[in-house]
Write a protein that binds this ligand. Structure first.
Ligand SMILES: [Cu+2]
Length: 156
């Protein structure tokens, strides 16, 4: 009995290691196709993952460059994907970034600020979602800002 439990634990560890060492985005679709029941109870409020986003830096923004710093609570940003990775402690995740309500988003999987270059003058909206390793959305923040080019910054 004990031996079997140890074997199971080793196997689970092996699965986690494989996921950790293969952060290839190609893993997603397979993970999405599985309908695994969550084994853990919902996170208590004090351990719930949380996303804190800062407004874009004013200087770069005047040149059409949005530099958006952020931090996460109770979740570590890492390029690790799949259902098995949702069992890792500390919890792992990444961001989904959508600009101006576009039909697609990109994944941001590092602690570095999000940088969007070449935004035209006018109002913009950046939706930043905090996703678990299986892409389930855990928290979200929306930034609304406007880019106003000064005369000296305007294209010649
Ligand atoms: Cu995702």
């Amino acid at each position: 009995m004990d031996k079997q439990m140890i074997r199971l634990t080793s196997r689970q560890l092996a699965v986690v290691l494989v996921v950790t060492l293969s952060p290839s985005p190609m893993g997603w679709s397979a993970a999405h196709g599985q309908d695994h029941q969550a084994h853990s109870a919902p996170a208590a409020p004090e351990t719930a993952p949380h996303l804190v986003v800062s407004p874009p830096l004013a200087g770069p923004l005047s040149r059409g460059l949005a530099v958006i710093a952020f931090r996460t609570e109770n979740l570590k940003i890492m390029p690790v994907y799949g259902e098995a990775a949702t069992q890792v402690i500390p919890r792992l995740g990444h961001l989904h970034v959508t600009v101006d309500g576009g039909p697609w988003h990109w994944l941001h999987a590092s602690d570095e600020p999000i940088v969007v270059q070449g935004l035209p003058p006018g109002p913009h909206r950046v939706l930043i979602e905090l996703a678990a390793a299986n892409h389930k959305i855990l928290d979200a923040q929306t930034l609304n800002f406007e880019i106003t080019l000064t005369v000296s910054d305007a294209p010649k």
